[in-house]
Design a protein around this ligand. Structure first.
Ligand SMILES: [Zn+2]
Length: 274
């Protein structure tokens, strides 16, 4: 599989994709085409387990209630040279739509990759501009992080974004309420593989398969070579179990409760004061 992916990578790169040699990812090891195993993810602490359900995460969506075996593949961070074109190639070859939660500063650095994601028919979500942990910021800073990413990405999508995933999945009521006021669903996940921590592809596959379920939201990361290696098997195994891949927005449409508990007590209180 690895050799195949490398062959595909060479094809993608030769086909005029963004050269990994023209750019470097902020804070990351320089990428080269022959040894791309090094992780470049921003989310070193994210993806261990399904997110805890608590008062702090009230109003977030971590799965959608539906009887259908629909499931959403979501990829956090980036876009990244090398990884994003390769990931798009695997998805296109399998005819699977996905949702990319994109970081504004990376989008600004590699706008042509955002264009490619949008042109592929995949969905784009907001992952903040700088990928700071939002629970450490004040309300104005939280709003700025979400708004500035949304404004930048809207140039590519041509319409306002409605999906937001907080960096590291870290939320509190301020984060959820501010995102809601800005028009966003806060999307967490129901299946994750801890794939930022150099996990072997077969482990990534088994972790995702163990947690997959109808209406599920799968969290993976864009900047991980092993995740891309695991992806064809994840797709095959889920399809064999009868799952259909849909974008995050489609999953919300399909669900019985597309806006579950979106009005948290704090939001109601704020509205009441207005
Ligand atoms: Zn992230």
């Amino acid at each position: 599989m690895k050799l195949l992916l490398l062959a595909v990578a060479v094809l993608v790169l030769n086909a005029g994709a963004v050269s990994p040699f023209q750019h470097s990812v902020t804070g990351a090891t320089p990428i080269n085409a022959t040894a791309p195993d090094t992780a470049t993810s921003l989310d070193s602490g994210e993806g261990d387990v399904t997110p805890p359900q608590s008062d702090e995460s009230a109003g977030t969506i971590w799965r959608v209630h539906t009887e259908r075996k629909d499931i959403a593949l979501t990829f956090d961070d980036g876009p990244y040279p090398f990884y994003t074109p390769l990931l798009l190639h695997v998805l296109e070859r399998s005819r699977v739509p996905a949702t990319f939660f994109i970081v504004g500063r990376s989008a600004q650095e590699f706008p042509e990759l955002v264009t490619r994601i949008v042109e592929s028919g995949d969905e784009v979500g907001n992952h903040t501009f700088n990928h700071y942990t939002l629970t450490g910021l004040d309300d104005a800073e939280i709003a700025t992080q979400i708004q500035s990413d949304g404004a930048f990405l809207e140039r590519f999508t041509g319409k306002p974004l409605t999906l937001f995933r907080p960096p590291h999945g870290r939320v509190n009521r301020h984060v959820v309420d501010i995102a809601s006021e800005l028009g966003y669903h806060t999307i967490l996940w129901s299946a994750a593989a801890n794939d930022v921590k150099d996990v072997p592809p077969d482990v990534i596959v088994s972790r995702i398969m163990n947690e997959a379920g109808p209406g599920g939201i799968i969290l993976l990361h864009s900047g991980q070579y092993r995740t891309i290696e695991a992806l064809p098997q994840i797709i095959d195994d889920l399809r064999a179990e009868g799952y259909t891949f849909v974008t995050m927005s489609k999953l919300l449409e399909d669900g019985d409760n597309p806006r579950p508990d979106i009005e948290t007590p704090m939001l109601r209180k704020r509205k009441g004061r207005d």
